[in-house]
Design a protein around this ligand. Structure first.
Ligand SMILES: Nc1ncnc2c1ncn2[C@@H]1O[C@H](COP(=O)(O)OP(=O)(O)OP(=O)(O)O)[C@@H](O)[C@H]1O
Length: 415
């Protein structure tokens, strides 16, 4: 790709009006250094201030010195730069994964602190192709194979990857022509990492037609297919699902016409909406969930219960998952319920439970299974039940979920 093409490829990812401030996640490696130079060239003389930040994970002896070096390179180019320190490693769990999550959190917080609406990252076509292969190795579906998205909307910041169609080699050539240097990360050659082994395997795959370009195109095709599936899942969810007393309720008579892939998506988001889990359940667990819903049987998984009842499938919280949760009124219970209205003195919010339900005389009039109501929040003064707003015993108290029904439907679309 000629320099001009490289610039127009990157420039094409920016819509008007241009952001007044643009952040660059600068690791100091060839990809993000090239990204910084290209963006500076693209927006030269325009009202776009470019700022950069580097996360120092503090995991290698020379990481602080390296971050300092990156800072100097940016400052030399006249770019305002900040080093963000990560100190959260506890010594257990998956280091790579935690470091990545922390990196994104630190960069997002930096961007929002500095009123930066768009944060550019230096992922390349090679990253994309490697990700597709790694996902293939995990038997991924459409979502997994759509790999790295060009754009992702976070709460206040848009993540943008304008180099996703550009190869690493093109960027190295570009920097070399400018006589600019970058820092080689030694872990790029560390055989312990799957990505490094996959990168090396690309040399064998390329002659078979499994090229970077072909694998990137697969990701693009899958992203298009994913969008279509999300669209129809959203429409289907509106038709077959509703929120009742904090549970997701599916109309069984309408499920027969839904393809597995669509029902799978609706069910995945329903379980996440009820449990508050960030990540969806694994495919195998979801397979069991799908079977339970189709057959109208019951199942406990992921902190939720799936209950088949005549004509309806209820997806509610599992009592064991909330049995020990106790908060003050005004605080979120189970990360999603807010109770208010009555006198809070001496009151604690806990689950209604089996014993509590027996003290609610009118719950049967609600047409909701007792098992669902047992998992809802109630107001207790020591062992005395004061109110159970979701089980027809309000006593001036009301309960509402922090996330609306609309947010459940919207969760079927990626942003
Ligand atoms: N330490 C860092 N500080 C700032 N930005 C970074 C850092 N590491 C990576 N990045 C940004 O992320 C881009 C991709 O780098 P890399 O592939 O190592 O990241 P990754 O987090 O593993 O990617 P992902 O998890 O999104 O696939 C870099 O080009 C750069 O923009």
């Amino acid at each position: 790709m000629q320099n001009m093409n490289l610039l127009s490829e990157v420039r094409g990812h920016f819509m008007t009006p241009l952001p007044r401030r643009l952040g660059v996640a600068l690791s100091g490696g060839g990809d993000s250094m090239a990204l910084l130079h290209i963006l500076m060239q693209c927006f030269q003389g325009q009202d776009v201030e470019i700022l950069a930040a580097t996360v120092d994970h503090g995991l290698r002896a020379d990481s602080a010195q390296e971050a300092q070096q990156v800072s100097e390179m940016a400052t030399k180019l006249g770019v305002d730069h900040e080093v963000l320190q990560w100190q959260g490693w506890q010594g257990d769990g998956n280091l790579q994964d935690q470091a990545r999550q922390a990196r994104y959190q630190l960069l997002e917080a930096w961007a929002s602190r500095n009123d930066i609406p768009v944060l550019a990252l230096g992922h390349t076509a090679d990253d994309q192709a490697e990700t597709v292969l790694m996902r293939l190795a995990r038997s991924a579906g459409v979502d997994g194979l759509s790999a790295i998205p060009v754009r992702r909307q976070l709460e206040k910041v848009t993540l943008l990857r304008p180099l996703l169609a550009v190869t690493r080699a093109q960027l190295r050539d570009y920097l070399t022509a400018l006589d600019q240097t970058w820092i080689e990360d030694p872990s790029n050659h560390d055989q312990r990492f799957e990505r490094v082994r996959i990168r090396q395997a690309m040399d064998l795959l390329e002659p078979l037609g499994l090229s970077t370009a072909a694998l990137s195109t697969v990701a693009e095709n899958m992203a298009t297919a994913r969008e279509a599936l999300e669209h129809y899942s959203f429409i289907s969810a509106r038709d077959v699902a509703q929120i009742v007393l904090g549970a997701v309720v599916l109309d069984q008579s309408k499920l027969g016409g839904l393809p597995d892939e669509i029902l799978h998506r609706v069910l995945t988001r329903a379980l996440q909406w009820v449990s508050g889990a960030t990540y969806p359940l694994r495919r195998r667990a979801m397979g069991e969930a799908l079977e339970a819903v189709r057959s109208g049987s019951s199942l406990t998984l992921g902190g939720c219960r799936i209950l088949g009842r005549t004509g309806r499938v209820w997806i509610c919280r599992e009592l064991n998952a909330v049995g020990n949760e106790a908060v003050q009124p005004g605080q979120l219970w189970d990360n999603r319920w807010l109770l208010s209205g009555g006198d809070p003195s001496g009151i604690e919010v806990r689950s209604l439970g089996k014993a509590g339900l027996l003290l609610c005389p009118d719950w049967r009039q609600l047409g909701c299974p007792g098992v669902v109501l047992e998992t809802t929040p109630a107001l207790w003064n020591a062992q005395e039940l004061v109110a159970a707003p979701l089980a027809a015993m309000g006593n001036k108290w009301t309960a509402k979920t922090a996330k609306s029904e609309e947010e459940f439907y919207a969760s079927l679309l990626s942003h």
